[in-house]
Design a protein around this ligand. Sequence first.
Ligand code: ADP
Ligand code: MG
Ligand code: ZN
Length: 630
Amino acid sequence: MPEYKNTAGRSKNQNANKAFNTIRLALFWAFLIFVGYIVITNLNGNTAKPEERTLTEVLTYAKEEKLEKIEITGNELRVTAKDNTDLPKNIISRKDPSGTLQEQGFADVIEQGKVSVDIKEDTDILGTIMDIALIAIPSLLLVFFLFYMIRQAQNMNNQNMGFGKAKARLYGNEKKKVLFADVAGNEAAKQDLTEIVDFLKNPKKYEKLGAKIPRGVLLAGDPGTGKTLMARAVAGEAGVPFFSISGSEFAEMFVGVGASRVRDLFAKAKKNAPSIIFIDEIDAVAHKRDARGGAGREDEQTLNQILVEMDGFDNDTGVIVMAATNRVDMLDKALLRPGRFDRHVNVTLPERKDRVDILKVHFKNKPVADDVDLDALAAKTAGSSGADLANIANEAAISAARNNRKQVTNADVTEAFERVAIGPERKSKVMNDQERKITAYHEAGHAIVGHVLPDSDPVHKVTIIPRGRTGGVTWFLPPEDRSYKSVYELKDVLARAMGGRVAERMILGADGITTGASSDLQHVAELAREMVSKEGMGSKLRDQVFNTDEVNFFGDRAKIYSEKTSEIIDAEIEALSKEANVRAEAVLKANKKYLDELAAALLEKETLEEKEVAAILKGTSLPAAAKLHD
Ligand code: ADP
Ligand code: MG
Ligand code: ZN
């Protein structure tokens, strides 16, 4: 979840900045104190540098009446000479500590008034302080600085490293509760989780019957399907505290911190039992330990600590650990053993009616114009996750605001859908006439092949307005959600994907073709490989699969089939893409007139909707060379 990654990333930077600022501040103060010291010592002493003389010499000067005054501080004499003498202005000397100046020969000169003597009772406090400060301040600064750095490091632990006191995110009553009603669709998953909710509400009921209480619930499903939302809804429904941490946060922790945070978290959850601990993106710490590049020592310690804590639960602990992942296959098996995450709840991509519900949830608080058709939007968003749909709803509202509308209109929704699906329109990107023409033929090629082939979905929209990274787009809409696809259908998908490149070749010649078809070709290559190796749809290798998903000891995806099979697979893939090429060409050659017309219409209007395309392509025909079945 980006939500968590961002938080961690931001706070990390802030800490770095803080430390940096502190160093700067410390240096600044050190400098200021140093400068202050220099200035004060200079002000304190007289400006001329004093010269040192023996006490006998000073007595001689006094007798010669060359001195103005003598100041005595302790045993130190500060002697000021008269102006018109050959003596330095300032002289320092010292007397014997055993007696007064009078006792040391000055009695006469003082009595005769040849020099005035001033005894300063207090010693030179400022000087003494400065002497001490000169030694003490750097040491203090050093101590302070070290202390600060240690504090800083601790703070970073607490803030960055997840659920220390500073970070434990508690979604309890204070935060807006999420309920099952906020999670649209996914009825099966909600059903599974109701039991957990009931247990959290009435743990006694289960205890009395001696029922074994679930400990770990693993939510598995694609990104954005609402796993995090669902976990929060369980807490919301049960009305218990929710402690959450993301697995990816562990990755940023200092050595040894991960395990101790796990301990903290479990301790806190137990204290607040009944409660929920939620470990989001658990695959980040709990990936398989054997594969190379697998869990490092640190992750392993964190994972072990989680397992130790869960194993230590009593039947009346009252804490349920939930975790989410989109890679169940990557999880360490130890995590899935009984008594650990032994309940699995699959959170799936929403079906059409669920998409309507999700859209309703997210449009609920938005003023929507009458022309907005959420059913139609749900129909064309097959394969989208709940997060995608939430995103579309939000983008639509932004679009309405950008256009200063009071309501979200259908135009906003369409714009939002396309923006989320392929990226924002780039009207600013200028295409020269030749590029526009090539794009128009390319897209017309896709559209006609798709329109003519019987097992392809109908064309929904064609545009030559650049969007995201594409030059133009041809949309095909599945009439409804379908879980299974036939070989015929997939072959038509391959052919219509080839349609763009083939149309370019017909217009520009064999070597006039452009790089505009690269993602189409990528799509063809991937789909063909999948058909052959995963779906058993090759012509020779029919009904056999060739798994490449096993990760071997070296972390590579192992081929668990022979070189010979590998060659056959390659040949099968080549045959499929050749066939697609031939079929697309047959369709476009047979319907060349329509290719020109559709391209011309695109050059003129830039975007054509389903009905406009159908009107232009009325009368196209399916040539025998492109036909796969009756
Ligand atoms: P995951 O954890 O599976 O990646 P999230 O729970 O973080 O997905 O979902 C992200 C956002 O998508 C949610 O905050 C919510 O706005 C929206 N969303 C996802 N699934 C649903 C759903 N079934 N009903 C309503 N909103 C959903
Ligand atoms: Mg999530
Ligand atoms: Zn294309």
